[in-house]
Ligand binder design. Sequence first.
Ligand SMILES: [Zn+2]
Length: 319
Amino acid sequence: MSESVPNEYPIELSPVDITPYKKGNTGVNYVTTLDSGKPGPHVGITAVVHGNELSGAITLDYLFQNDVRPAAGKLTLAFANVDAYHSFDADDPTASRFIDEDFNRTWGLDVLDGDRDTVETRRARELRPIIDQVDILLDIHSMQHKTPALMICGPLAKGQQFAKDLGTPEFIVSDAGHASGKRMRDYGGFGDPDSPKNALLLETGQHWEENSAYVAVDTALRYLKLLGTVDVEFGQDDHLELPDDQKLIEVDGPVTIKNDTFRFAEAYTGFEVIEDAGTLLGWDGEEEVLTPFDDCVLIMPNRRLVKGQTAVRLGRVVG
Ligand SMILES: [Zn+2]
């Protein structure tokens, strides 16, 4: 089990029962591919890459309950780290993030083709042939802290453009990922500037915040409509208002923890803007960590401050 961290947020959401979707139709448990029989992209939505993140599972359940059928191309709906999801315990809600390791750091070819044997590498290898077939992916996550939803679009122009075309959420974060391993969003053609494939990683809000489920459903519906996978009437009563404008934040690089202890100077929760370069952010071991540039935006400060992991991402608003 992953290390639990104290949770100060109310548990407003409950895990939905996903066992009706176990059999699926692809030969891989908890993966369903619906085929319109007509030309069009193979569109995917993935949920519970992290087992304690409920809004994606609620969204896939919503789509199944509303009998979603692609009007063009194919639609794959996949629950990723189901073993972790099934270990969810409302009394210790952070512990179900993963079983052996973070599933979303196992998508480098060195890991997928290697011999590291964990619950998560086994599941990633099972899902890999499915993800290989998907042209466009929306991977739904949620966050430790209660901050506005954000879309992680990767480092490439094609991801930034896709997040803008979608028009929501307000904040788009463009980054290259983590030192500790590749995300599914960055795997294969998704991370290749010359491939037409594309992927977005949505952070819908705080893990157990009711609003994060509405954000997840709304964004998934807009995504499916943008790609022509469902028509505009589908689920129209469940839309939220679009933000007036979107802000693109480019991450300069993650702050990767080098020592056995790391602590922040303040209880950051995310989206703080630190005006002056050289401001103290925290200590990595004995070493001071300073903001490297003016107007530095803190993205998703981590509460699991473990050596080799990302402590926080530092970004600039560029558009
Ligand atoms: Zn996540």
